[in-house]
Design a protein around this ligand. Sequence first.
Ligand code: SAH
Ligand code: SF4
Ligand code: F3S
Length: 469
Amino acid sequence: MVNETRRISPDEVAAEISACEKVRAEISKIFESAPTYYIETFGCQQNEADSQRLAGICRLCGYVPTRNIKEAKLILFNTCAIREHAEKKALSIIGETKHIKEKDSRVIIGIGGCMVSQKRRADKIKNSNPYVNFTFDTGAIHSVPSLILGAVRGQKRKFILSDNFGIAEGIPFHNETPYKAWLSIMYGCNNFCSYCIVPYVRGRERSRRPEDILAEARQLIEAGAKDITLLGQNVNSYGRDLGGMGIASLMREICKIEGDFRLRFMTSHPKDASDELIAAMAEEEKIVKHFHLPVQSGSNRVLDAMNRKYTREKYLSIIKKLKAAVPDVSITSDIIVAFPGETDEEFEETLSLLSEVRYDMIFSFIYSPREGTPAAALDCQIDRAVANDRYSRLLALQDEITAERNARFVGRTMKVLCEEVSKTDPGMMTGRGNTPRPVHFAGDESLIGQFVNVKITKSDLFSLSGEIV
Ligand code: SAH
Ligand code: SF4
Ligand code: F3S
């Protein structure tokens, strides 16, 4: 296929980013010392990666970070729309900024991300939240410098909704934990699963050029990255629009870069889980032996209604190949319960699929109708009590499986990247091995960002623990 992806020209991006200099000059007239920025991120890793770009922009504009929203002079929200709860949470926190602005009119408030990439949401913010200076959709991050500039200069409020999402290279970014990095390799989604809002808020699939990705990977590794996750809504369809290398070859190229680092990727769609990708995972030492392959449901009727484009049998055949090629692989999944019209028997099929696959972990969600998606218009929505009951049964079964899967690591020594001080015990450190599970071990902050060998002595539902050897 020909490359039809809209690439925003380097000159255009550079011109947009040069607005940061002008912001710098303006704020030096308004504030005595460097003002602070605060970014709150909702949703998935894609949003976290986008927020690193926003942080890069804020810094280039002359703002310094704060963890206290109440003292921030530039507040950015990066929102999510995947379920109703995500939107409600964001709207409630956005509402609270009204008081911050009342105390200091110099405060600038901007909202980006998937929620405000929907016209009705952007319109609502425009009409009901007059203290919000601007909104921008997921394709307009490169325009944020000029949005901030306009707000600093007291110009009219702006609400950006692009009709043609492109790729902008060259936006600065800031990563607070350089040892752990996100690397977006593609954007958007073409799948239109019938329940999902993502294709409407992130546009069509578009892949970054391999040379741009490899250059960024080198840059990250030079900056100390030891754990890199390649990101895309549908990451294993990488390259379709370019007609060149797919994700397997791309990962093999990244693995050739010199350095002690690990490579992960998410999220994959079963329809694109190729033999080449499985082979790359089996053969490349740097690729983490973890495959996140969301199945959503175990029932063929429901899968069809979801427009997932595979059957239970097809999915299980991929799992079989994967387990044969990568014997100790950790497999994880997303599951939706109570999709409109899901019967008890169909739900049972999801339970039986869990028992068959034996996932290391699942992320499970009760179906949430999203306005504008085909599933939201179905008139067979499931009763809340039934949905809750199915959800509990799903978790109970998976807990048993998870406990059993985690226990297999006890007694093994694992190479773990020390990431942070444990959230529950300040004497312990938390890191990650070659699995999706966190590992706790005694240590101190000097180990952060380094690999250590940990002998696993204990496992529970959520984590592993052990001692450095
Ligand atoms: N692109 C990825 C992730 C999409 S969002 C993928 O295709 O797997 C992450 C998960 O949220 C989805 O896998 C799905 O399980 C869940 N999800 C998406 N839309 C939802 C909805 N309307 N209600 C409940 N869960 C939803
Ligand atoms: Fe949503 Fe489906 Fe695309 Fe995933 S593949 S982002 S679930 S439409
Ligand atoms: Fe949410 Fe958008 Fe990610 S809807 S899950 S932030 S792609």
